[in-house]
Design a protein around this ligand. Structure first.
Ligand SMILES: Cc1cc2nc3c(=O)[nH]c(=O)nc-3n(C[C@H](O)[C@H](O)[C@H](O)COP(=O)(O)OP(=O)(O)OC[C@H]3O[C@@H](n4cnc5c(N)ncnc54)[C@H](O)[C@@H]3O)c2cc1C
Length: 502
């Protein structure tokens, strides 16, 4: 069933606006409130959750203010996350290709060099362009942008310490907390952003480290490890768990690790860090088996702590208004994104759920739709996840392990990239597509892709899951040839019948 029609049906019983003044919003929806009045919506935080919520609210005719303390919009994602990491992943991939693959394709040259300052400058330019772009969108949509750090005074008032000095108070009928997340360190380890860095420091190194140790084999650690590995660092990834990226399908994860090892990344799994010594010129890291045992000392120029992120609510004054959080500090919300405090909402990395920019954006739109008395909709079962290494690894829906554990009889279709004509033509044929579908109905339950551009191809699978497609539906959909996407079609064929090309 189409989501839009579902949303329309649900809108009929959308009688959930909890604030009395919300009823008077038919007028707010028709025109902006005059300046000086309290805003209809105040958003604290200008990341992908916050800025998207602010733009959407303004587009719906609500007087909207967004408070951001960073000085630039776009949050973690645009400033120190998705965008700069993808810029460096692309630049380092180009270098790696030039150094290792071009000659094979008959393109030869001498004097290949890395100009790190130029690489960083192109990343910074991309970030600056995009963050300025959001400011432009705020102007276009008439979102009031307040540069400063916000703190709750009451459930409808936020005092702001302005970046340029002084303070102001912003009043809102509804307030959305979109303050995102921050780097999480490990007990006993201080991040100095020089020798012991977070992802933010790893995005701005001024020299290529000879030896880099990454603590944590999640998405961010593997992406940042890949960047510096490609540029020549000797990279060792230390991970407490027995596997890299534990949320990934087991079979894909194993192949992914093998592929990264082929690219010369080293892994120490089931290993814990017990000491860090930064007194010398480099860093000495003492590690031992997670289950206990003989310690080993690893030497590194730089250690990257990539052990997860934690919701960021410091200085927000949540206690003052009594907003409830869970043990991990995540703000608890109901299905309409409302906290336990009437009129105060929360979205994005600050609430439970995957810490991803596109999830934060979906939260933002749905939250504002609820506030405006309409039906919001986020399907958390179809939020895709992508690791932007090369090849990329992308997935949506359930892993085979999850389906097995659920007890639902299932079937699996797999197609190796080695049998895909486009991947062979461009000599980039490492990887596979795996489709898990329900045995009885053939409905697709999960899709896992390791392939070049998997992060783009996955959206066909997201749409398939969203619309409850069968693997046969995808297999009978004409795919352009030659494309890597054909591997998804063939994996779907293999699920309920037989693929043609293997
Ligand atoms: C290195 C790295 C790479 C990543 N790559 C990806 C990726 O490829 N794809 C993906 O989907 N996700 C990625 N992420 C995760 C993604 O960045 C986050 O999930 C996303 O930014 C969350 O959005 P948000 O709006 O909830 O919070 P944030 O983006 O964290 O924004 C919150 C904003 O609130 C501001 N703020 C906080 N407190 C206050 C206050 N009191 N007053 C005013 N302002 C305040 C902060 O300054 C910040 O700008 C990556 C993260 C990192 C660190």
């Amino acid at each position: 069933m189409a989501m839009v029609s579902l949303a329309r049906r649900r809108a009929a019983d959308a009688l959930f606006l909890r604030r009395p003044q919300a009823a008077a919003w038919s007028s707010a929806l028709r025109a902006y409130a005059t300046s000086g009045e309290e805003s209809d919506v105040v958003v604290i935080g200008g990341g992908p959750g916050g800025y998207v919520a602010a733009i959407k609210a303004a587009q719906m005719g609500l007087k909207t203010t967004c408070i951001e303390k960073r000085g630039t919009l776009g949050g973690t994602c645009l400033n120190v996350g998705c965008i700069p990491s993808k810029a460096l992943l692309h630049s380092s991939h180009m270098y790696h290709e030039a150094a290792n693959s071009f000659a094979h394709h008959g393109v030869k040259f001498s004097n290949l060099e890395i100009d790190l300052p130029a690489m960083m400058a192109q990343k910074d330019k991309a970030v600056a362009g995009l963050t300025k772009g959001i400011e432009g969108l705020f102007k276009k949509n008439k979102v009031d942008y307040v540069k400063g750090s916000g703190k709750f005074v009451s459930s409808s008032e936020v005092s702001v310490d302005l970046i340029d000095g002084g303070s102001t108070t912003v009043k809102g009928k509804n307030i959305i907390i979109a303050t995102g997340s921050d780097v999480k360190s490990l007990p006993g380890i201080t991040i100095d952003e020089k020798k012991v860095v977070s992802s933010t420091g790893a995005l701005a190194l001024t020299e290529i480290p000879k030896k880099l140790v990454v603590i944590g084999a999640g998405y961010i650690g593997l992406e940042m490890g890949s960047v510096w590995n490609r540029l020549g660092s000797e990279v060792t990834v230390v991970e407490f768990a027995p596997d890299i990226v534990p949320s990934m399908d087991g079979e894909i994860r194993k192949q992914f690790q093998r592929m990264l090892e082929k690219q010369k990344m080293k892994f120490m799994l089931k290993t814990k860090v017990v000491g860090v010594d930064t007194s010398g010129s480099g860093v000495k890291l003492t590690v031992e088996p997670a289950a206990g045992g003989e310690p080993t000392v690893l030497e590194a120029d730089i250690v990257l702590i990539s052990a997860g992120r934690t919701p960021y609510t410091a200085g927000l004054g949540l206690d003052a208004i009594g907003v409830e959080t869970d043990k991990g500090g995540r703000i608890l919300v109901d299905k309409r994104f409302m906290t336990n405090v009437n009129g105060v909402y929360a979205i994005g990395d600050a609430i439970p759920g995957p810490m991803l920019a596109h999830k934060a954006e979906e939260d933002g739109v749905a939250c504002v739709e609820f506030i405006a008395g309409k039906e919001g909709h986020v399907d958390y079962d179809t939020v895709p996840g992508v690791v932007y290494t090369h090849p990329e690894v992308a997935s949506v829906g359930k892993t085979e392990e999850q389906v097995k554990a659920s007890g639902v009889p299932y079937q699996v279709g797999k197609f190796p990239l080695l049998a895909n004509s486009r991947a062979k033509a461009i000599d980039d044929a490492e990887g596979l597509v795996k489709v898990v579908s329900e045995k009885e109905t053939d409905r697709i339950l999960g899709v896992h892709i390791m392939a070049p551009n998997a992060g783009e191809i996955i959206h066909e699978a997201v749409l398939a899951l969203q619309y409850g497609a069968l693997s046969e539906d995808v297999a009978r959909t004409c795919h352009a040839h030659p494309t890597v996407s054909e591997a998804l079609k063939e994996a779907c064929m293999q699920t309920y019948s037989k693929a043609i090309h293997i």
